[in-house]
Design a protein around this ligand. Structure first.
Ligand code: MTE
Ligand code: CO
Length: 424
């Protein structure tokens, strides 16, 4: 089609013509559209062409089309007793590409959303430092800024599925994840201003919200790639994502990405005795808990078709799509099966491939209208391959609810409806 970035009008017109000719050549092979007919949706003048629309002053901060009002975060009321300490889920089945829109990024709060006045915002650094310091938001913005796309996945994502398929929708089984571009400063640059003493091996990060959320982060990670972010997808963080400032801990479980960041204390050991670590460990069948399992393993899921997004067009040309991510690097490939693992196909990854970011994959196939069993399997750049749920259970048992990165199965019936199932 036309190349709108081409500075020369002539070239782009020529390209447009070539594009049209190519499309014309494909006429005989039309497989998705109907032959031109008397469809009133194209032959009749529609209301939106009969009246003038709203002007540029109608929506100073824009909203999605009114026809997209079903694209929302949702919660599962029976999962928690109280929405203040709860979770909602990203509608993965309604999204495409790799970026989660800010208003749709899942939320997890332990004490509700803090509404912080940016003028009263302060970040303190204390503990084993040469000089304890207090930063304003404006102070933080004077360090060199960086832009990075990362996924944030709650360790509890897919946690309800350990014992068997449970929740009927990718939003609920896999929606405790979002993937956005952060703008912020490097934590190491800010720490350097206070001067971390050589005995400083751990960092306690504390939120300003009512939950008084505190988490211990090894100094090695803090000095490596952690960020103090104030923007996501170009605009200020939303209140629910930690406005005005949150910690970004690339590839590690969401729990450590402290929102409404107010204090960083440098210490010589972790503060785990003060934290809810019992909740964020993986309890094995033998009663021993896996701890310090912060880095998220490679995982993938098919978002369409899925229980909330059935195949509505009947048999024929069909687009299967999904997302894959790894806390250890990039996704090097995704395999897809539509027959429950009898045959696997290489999915097509499209869109930017960033380290510890979501990747988007597609698999186009001709649906014969018969039932399907869909699965995806991610590979990351370390050579790791996403395991089956049974492989995970063999090692971890079913006592833990955290870190379930097993392969998800959707069963599709001949009507195109999808269901969460397990096959062995
Ligand atoms: N930070 C504070 N201050 N308070 C919280 O309740 N929840 C944590 C983490 N940081 C939390 C927090 C958990 S468990 C997760 S999974 C992520 O924030 C969720 O980030 P999100 O709300 O942007 O999705
Ligand atoms: Co979490």
């Amino acid at each position: 089609m036309t190349d709108s970035h081409d500075p020369s009008g002539d070239t782009s017109r020529r390209r447009f013509l070539t594009g049209s000719l190519a499309a014309g050549g494909a006429l005989a092979a039309a497989t998705v559209a109907k032959a031109a007919s008397s469809d009133p949706a194209i032959t009749n003048v529609q209301p939106w062409a009969n009246e003038l629309g709203e002007g540029v002053d109608a929506a100073p901060y824009g909203k999605p089309s009114r026809y997209e009002s079903h694209v929302i975060r949702r919660d599962v009321p029976w999962l928690t007793a109280d929405p203040i300490s709860s979770i909602n889920f990203t509608p993965l089945h309604d999204l495409d590409g790799i970026i989660t829109p800010n208003g749709l990024a899942f939320e997890r709060h332990h004490g509700g959303v803090a509404q912080i006045n940016p003028n009263k915002y302060r970040l303190m650094i204390n503990g084993l430092v040469d000089q304890p310091l207090v930063f304003t938001l404006a102070d933080l913005k004077r360090f060199p800024r960086y832009n990075k796309v990362f996924f944030l996945e709650c360790a509890a994502n897919t946690g309800m599925e350990w014992r068997g398929s449970q929740l009927n929708g990718v939003q609920f089984t896999h929606g405790m994840i979002h993937n956005v571009m952060y703008t912020g400063v490097m934590l190491r640059d800010v720490l350097a201003e206070a001067g971390v003493k050589t005995a400083g091996k751990w960092l306690l990060a504390e939120g300003a919200d009512a939950s008084g959320m505190t988490r211990s982060i090894p100094m090695e990670k803090a000095l490596d790639d952690c960020m103090i972010a104030f923007k996501m997808n170009g605009e200020s963080l939303r209140p629910e994502q930690g406005y005005p400032v949150r910690l970004v801990v690339p590839g590690w479980e969401g729990n450590m990405w402290i929102k409404w960041l107010r204090r960083l204390e440098v210490g010589d050991q972790p503060w785990h005795h003060r934290e809810e670590t019992s909740k964020y460990t993986d309890l094995l069948a033998n009663g021993i808990a896996r701890r310090f399992t912060w880095q998220m393993d490679a995982k993938s899921v098919i978002t369409n078709p899925s229980p909330q997004a059935p195949i509505l067009h009947g048999k024929g040309q069909t687009v299967l799509t999904g997302v894959a991510w790894s806390g250890h690097g990039k996704i090097s490939g995704v395999d897809v099966t539509i027959d429950g693992g009898v045959s696997w196909h290489k999915a097509r990854i499209d869109g930017p491939s960033f380290d510890r970011s979501m990747h988007r994959f597609y698999y186009e196939f001709d649906w014969d209208g018969k039932p399907l069993l869909l699965q995806s399997r991610a590979h990351d750049t370390t050579g790791y391959v996403q395991p089956t749920k049974d492989q995970l259970r063999a090692i971890r048992g079913t006592n833990s609810i955290y870190h379930n990165n097993g392969i998800q199965t959707w069963s599709i019936n001949s009507n195109g409806e999808a269901e969460n199932v397990e096959i062995s």
